[in-house]
Design a protein around this ligand. Structure first.
Ligand code: CA
Length: 241
């Protein structure tokens, strides 16, 4: 049976052991590195499917590894960090990390992040970019070909900017997207990095798609970092959708 290989670059033994137990139970093949040097060697020789990366390593910073790896591969990188600083997370994401998870984290959260990363990297390599399957989660349906957003089968009227924001987040559902990545995707690379207009648009979007905009069900705010849209793959896995 084909197994996905997960590389853990982490110098704390107890975290290594904790993650190893969880992943082996799920039938992943697990590789370890305790230093950045070892990690880079394993990435080159073993080509893991997902890299779990601690930012504070004994011989080099995790940021250096992200930079290095991104010069030659798009293998998903999930940063594991004890640091709660939003700036650290944003920096790692903008450097090319796919997501982050903050210590201490739960089993469900870790597995969801890994599944999302694998799904996104598969989409990049195996699916024709012209075809993107519709987003569907708990009554919200987005058809990217028709540019149509339905909530409980009723058409939701979004402005072109609002649609761009929602479709960008939906195509990356399950992943956190930084404010600056949303802004440059919607308004272009030279847009002002000011979040205010994005926040205004998000408030309008939530008024249109969320039953209770203060407790969103579809688009979540990651304070100081960006937005994460509810992963719609869960629907299929549970057999609901
Ligand atoms: Ca560490």
């Amino acid at each position: 049976m084909f197994k996905f290989t997960i590389l853990i670059i982490e110098d704390e033994k107890n975290i290594q052991t904790f993650i190893e137990k969880i992943l082996k139970k799920q039938n992943y093949k697990v590789l370890f590195a305790s230093t950045g040097e070892e990690g880079l060697n394993l990435i080159r020789s073993q080509c893991p499917d997902v890299i779990l990366l601690d930012l504070g390593l004994p011989d080099m910073s995790g940021n250096k590894i992200i930079n290095e790896v991104r010069t030659w591969t798009s293998t998903p990188i999930i940063v594991i960090s004890a640091r709660t600083s939003e700036r650290e997370k944003v920096r790692a994401l903008d450097q090319g990390a796919d997501d982050y998870i903050t210590k201490p984290f739960g089993t469900g959260e870790l597995l969801a992040r890994i599944r999302t990363s694998i799904r996104h990297s598969n989409k990049l390599t195996t699916l024709d970019s012209l075809y993107i399957r519709p987003y569907h989660f708990a009554g919200l349906h987005i058809d990217f070909d028709k540019r149509e957003v339905l909530l409980n089968d009723k058409v939701i009227h979004l402005t072109p900017i609002e649609y761009k924001i929602v479709s960008y987040l939906a195509k990356n559902s399950g992943k956190v997207m930084t404010y600056s990545s949303v802004i440059s995707n919607v308004w272009g690379p030279y847009a002002d990095d000011d979040n205010k207009i994005l926040r205004v648009n998000m408030a309008n979007i939530r008024r249109k798609i969320e039953i209770n905009p203060a407790q969103p069900k579809y688009i979540f705010t990651e304070v100081g970092v960006g937005y994460r849209m509810q992963d719609d793959s869960m629907d299929c896995e549970n057999g609901i959708g």
